[in-house]
Design a protein. Structure first.
Length: 376
C-alpha cells in the first residue's frame, strides 16, 4: 500500500514539470555508452556544484522494456552530470549473477551511493545487504525490493499507473461504443513488486466500473514473446475478447504482433506503459488505447538529489517526503513518488515535447498519422 506523509509532491504540469528539490545545478562533461562513467571537471564550469562523489547504478535489463537504455540511462547520466557526480551505470541484462557481480564491482570501486533496480527480491536484497555492510547508502530505483531494507525509494505512484491503464482501457472501449464484454489481464513478472501494484490499480478500476468481465489473468513475465503466446491462449478460449490490460508497451507489442497474425489488430484494444516509440506508434495507429508516460527525467533527478544530500551529509527528508510500505519488513521506506500520465493519440506530441521520445522513431511508416496528431 502506498502512503504519503508530510508535504505531498507537486503534481506534473502538462507532462513535464515536477519539483523534486533544488539540490542539483549545472554540471560537467560525461561519457555515454554501456557501463558509462561520468565525472566532473569543475574547472571547466564555474557554475558546477560543490558536491563531489561517486554513484553506482545497476539497471535490470534491456528486454523487459527499452526504457532502461533509451530513457533511464541518458536521464540518469544527465542528472548526475548536472549534479557534479561521477557515475558508473551498468545493466545486468536480466541475469541475477551479473547483477551480483556488478554490485560487488561497484562496492569495490568505492561508490558512496548505490542505486539499483532489482531483478528479483533475493538478488536485490543480497546486493543491498553487501552495500550497507560496506557503509554505502542504497536507493531502490523504480522498483522496491521487498524485504531488502533500502534506505530510500524513488519511483512513480505505481498503483496510479495501473489505475490509469484500467481506466484508459474502459474509456477507449466506450469511445468505440463497446460498453460491455470480456477482457483479460497480461501482467508483469510475479517477482516484480511494481507488477503487483500495477495490477492492484487496474483490477480495482475494472471492478469498480463493473461493465466488463475478466476471463483471463496471467503473467507475460515482461517478455513480448511470452505475452504474445498468452494472448493466443486467451483468444483461442475467448474469441469474443474486446480488450486487454497489458502491463507495458513491450508486451503490448508482442500481443499486437499476434493480433495482426489473427487479423484482429485494432479490434481488440490493449494498454501499455513506458511511452516507448513502439508503444506511441501503436497508440497513433489505434492498436493501443494508450500508454502510461512516466517521465524518467524526473525520477533520475530525484535520485541525483537524494545522492547529493547523502554524500554531503544533509538530511534528505525534504526530498523524500513520501513513503511506501515494505509489506515484508513492515516498515515505511522514505520515498519520492512522481505522478504518471495517461497518453492517447492526441497527447503523443507531449512526450516528444518532453524530449522523452523521438518523433523520427515514432513516425517511421506512419508519417500521415503523425502529421494528423501534430507529432513532429
Amino acid at each position: 500500500m502506498v502512503r504519503i506523509k508530510g508535504a505531498r509532491l507537486a503534481s506534473l504540469v502538462a507532462v513535464g514539470a515536477l519539483a523534486f528539490g533544488s539540490l542539483a545545478a549545472c554540471g560537467s562533461d560525461s561519457e555515454g555508452g554501456n557501463g558509462s562513467s561520468s565525472g566532473g571537471d569543475k574547472n571547466s564550469d564555474t557554475s558546477a556544484p560543490e558536491a563531489t562523489g561517486k554513484v553506482g547504478v545497476i539497471l535490470p535489463d534491456s528486454k523487459s522494456s527499452v526504457r532502461w537504455e533509451t530513457q533511464d540511462r541518458p536521464n540518469l547520466e544527465a542528472a548526475f552530470k548536472a549534479a557534479g557526480l561521477e557515475s558508473i551505470i551498468q545493466n545486468a541484462e536480466g541475469s541475477p549473477d551479473t547483477f551480483g557481480q556488478l554490485c560487488d564491482q561497484m562496492i569495490t570501486e568505492g561508490v558512496q551511493v548505490l542505486i539499483e533496480t532489482d531483478l528479483d527480491p533475493d538478488s536485490g536484497k543480497a546486493c543491498i545487504d553487501k552495500a550497507k555492510n560496506a557503509g554505502i547508502a542504497v536507493i531502490d530505483y523504480d522498483r522496491l525490493t521487498l524485504g531488502g531494507g533500502a534506505d530510500y525509494y524513488v519511483s512513480f505512484d505505481n498503483v496510479k499507473v495501473g489505475a490509469l491503464q484500467g481506466q484508459g482501457l474502459i474509456d477507449g472501449l466506450k469511445a468505440k461504443d463497446v460498453t460491455k464484454g470480456n477482457i483479460a489481464f497480461i501482467n508483469g513478472a510475479a517477482t516484480d513488486n511494481n507488477a503487483t501494484l500495477f495490477k492492484q490499480g487496474y483490477e480495482q478500476v475494472i471492478k469498480d466500473d463493473g461493465s466488463f468481465t475478466v476471463v483471463g489473468d496471467q503473467t507475460g513475465d515482461w517478455d513480448p514473446d511470452t505475452a504474445g503466446k498468452v494472448f493466443d491462449q486467451f483468444y483461442a478460449a475467448h474469441p469474443d475478447l474486446v480488450g486487454l490490460v497489458t502491463a507495458n508497451d513491450g508486451m503490448a507489442g508482442g500481443v499486437i504482433a499476434r493480433m495482426k497474425a489473427a487479423g484482429v489488430e485494432g479490434k481488440i484494444l490493449v494498454t501499455g506503459q513506458d511511452a516507448t516509440a513502439e508503444g506511441l506508434a501503436n497508440v497513433l495507429q489505434g492498436y493501443q488505447a494508450g500508454t502510461v508516460f512516466k517521465n524518467t527525467s524526473l525520477e533520475a533527478k530525484a535520485a541525483a538529489d537524494l545522492a547529493i544530500a547523502i554524500i554531503k551529509g544533509e538530511d534528505p527528508a525534504s526530498i523524500a517526503t513520501g513513503s511506501v510500505n515494505d509489506s515484508k519488513l513492515g516498515v515505511d521506506v522514505p520515498s519520492v513518488l512522481a505522478t504518471p500520465v495517461w497518453i492517447t493519440a492526441d497527447t503523443v506530441k507531449d512526450v516528444v515535447a518532453a524530449e522523452q521520445a523521438s518523433a523520427a522513431d515514432i513516425c517511421k511508416g506512419i508519417e500521415k498519422l503523425c502529421t494528423k496528431y501534430g507529432v513532429a
